[in-house]
Design a binder for this molecule. Structure first.
Ligand SMILES: *[C@@H]1O[C@H](CO)[C@@H](O)[C@H](O)[C@H]1NC(C)=O
Ligand SMILES: *[C@@H]1O[C@H](CO)[C@@H](O)[C@H](O)[C@H]1NC(C)=O
Ligand SMILES: *[C@@H]1O[C@H](CO)[C@@H](O)[C@H](O)[C@H]1NC(C)=O
Length: 424
């Protein structure tokens, strides 16, 4: 990257264009009043990496069992994850026994969770972490275990009694959209009634979308975060599809994110098998720009030091967790859709900017932009200090209002920048 001050005229035009692009509705939606998720929730969730593996005989180390969660809890503390901010250790589907108990309560599978969830919660709390669990608004969970329909109060109370701190509430097997909407609301009220602080993670908009436009004012009032789109897979295609959906729908969703309630583009798959290094950087950078909950789904027992450093990058996490709590957005696609520029307003008049190279052919490519085109024309007025955070941390120095910034980005990779009015 280099400082360069050609190109002033174009910079001004672009600044105007970005101003018209990003003035959406005025934000006024009230967040769920439980005092939680003031910044996006951070933790670990088993689904993408461990799915519904029930076979503890053949695969004792990767089946869904209390042993898996106890091992992850230990590593979250010993390997710096907790210190980096990853606090919620979360169970997804497939933890339950196939039937409720004699008092109609959900129960954990007795073979795979012989000590029970209450015991696991105590263990997780003893490590200074919090425990998340999974249930479903309908008759069954997505994997066919008992659903919470007509059991919202008793299930919420069971989770509270066990000491659970987060509920991921899925949306399978519900017979109509009225029940879907009311079910999500009723569970939110049931959690509140327990008096325990429990983060409420919803999939209401995702399941509503094919039938009816979700009412995000209402979603935000009942949920701490909400999924809008398909499950993430361990593939570049999946990450790309999620980013495309988000940028295509940003006018509908970005303004609803803020302290207490967040759009959830699903888990981080960094440290697994499907993404190249540059693609892992793209996921981390864009999840920071999107103010996304950061739930890793990977195997903390076997993770490269490179992936670990990326997931624990303090400066990138600071963007994700920025207290202003405004979600970023795609500012423009440029050069025949070869590059995408995203930006996010941060506290203290700072901005984060991510430039993606969308090409899947060739080598590193350069994209030069006028700094006036960034941050609604004010990020670098009259000047700014720019730090590159990804792929490597580099102090790029001072940029005056009329200067241009040149980035060089690997195919499918991203350069993440922080623009500040004052040097920190
Ligand atoms: C329940 O809701 C009330 C009113 O919105 C709120 O003041 C209270 O803190 C909530 N309690 C819990 C445990 O979330
Ligand atoms: C939600 O609660 C209301 C009020 O108690 C009740 O009438 C309705 O049937 C409930 N709906 C669902 C899906 O639980
Ligand atoms: C959306 O929900 C809010 C809050 O519950 C409500 O006031 C508003 O009327 C709803 N909007 C629509 C279009 O139904």
């Amino acid at each position: 990257m280099e400082l360069n001050s050609r190109d002033q005229g174009q910079g001004c035009k672009l600044a105007l264009c970005s101003l018209t692009l990003v003035l959406w509705g005025v934000f006024g939606a009230r967040a769920l009043d439980n005092g939680l998720a003031r910044t996006p929730t951070m933790g670990w969730l088993h689904w993408e990496r461990f799915t519904c593996n029930l076979d503890c005989e053949e695969e004792p180390d990767s089946c869904i069992s209390e042993q898996l969660f106890m091992q992850m809890a230990e590593l979250m503390v010993s390997d710096g994850w907790k210190d980096a901010g990853y606090e919620y250790l979360c169970i997804d589907d497939c933890w339950m026994a196939p039937e409720r108990d004699s008092q109609d309560r959900l129960q954990a599978d007795p073979e795979r969770f012989p000590s029970g969830i209450h015991h696991l919660a105590n263990y997780v709390h003893s490590k200074g972490l919090k425990l998340g669990i999974y249930a479903d608004v309908g008759y069954k969970t997505c994997a066919g275990f008992p659903g919470s329909f007509e059991h919202y109060d008793i299930d919420a109370q069971t989770f509270a009694d066990w000491g659970v701190d987060l509920l991921k509430f899925d949306g399978c097997f519900i017979d109509n959209i009225q029940n879907l909407e009311d079910g999500y609301k009723n569970m939110s009220l049931a959690l509140n009634k327990t008096g325990r602080s429990i983060v409420y993670s919803c999939e209401w908009p995702l399941y509503m979308m094919p039938f009816q436009k979700p009412n995000y004012t209402s979603v935000r009032q009942y949920c701490n975060h909400w999924r809008n789109f398909d499950d993430v897979y361990d593939s570049w295609k999946s990450i790309n599809t999620i980013l495309d959906w988000t940028s295509s729908n940003q006018e509908k969703i970005v303004d609803f994110a803020g302290p207490g309630g967040w759009n959830d583009p699903d888990m981080l798959v960094i440290g697994n098998f499907g993404l190249s290094w540059d693609q892992q950087i793209t996921q981390m950078a864009l999840w920071a720009i999107m103010a996304a909950p950061l739930f890793m789904s990977n195997d903390l027992r076997q993770i490269s030091s490179q992936a670990k450093a990326l997931l624990q990058d303090k400066n990138v996490i600071a963007i994700n967790q920025d207290p202003l709590g405004k979600q970023g957005y795609c500012l423009r696609k440029v050069n025949g859709h070869k590059f995408e520029v995203w930006e996010r307003p941060l506290s203290d008049l700072a901005w984060a900017v991510a430039v993606r190279n969308l090409q899947e052919i060739g080598g590193p490519s350069s994209y030069t932009m006028s700094v006036t085109s960034l941050g609604r024309g004010v990020a670098c007025n009259p000047g700014c200090f720019i730090t590159q955070l990804l792929p490597l941390k580099l102090e790029l120095g001072f940029y005056g209002w009329t200067s241009t910034l040149k980035t060089r980005i690997n195919p499918t990779g991203t350069v993440l920048l922080r623009l500040e009015q004052k040097r920190a």
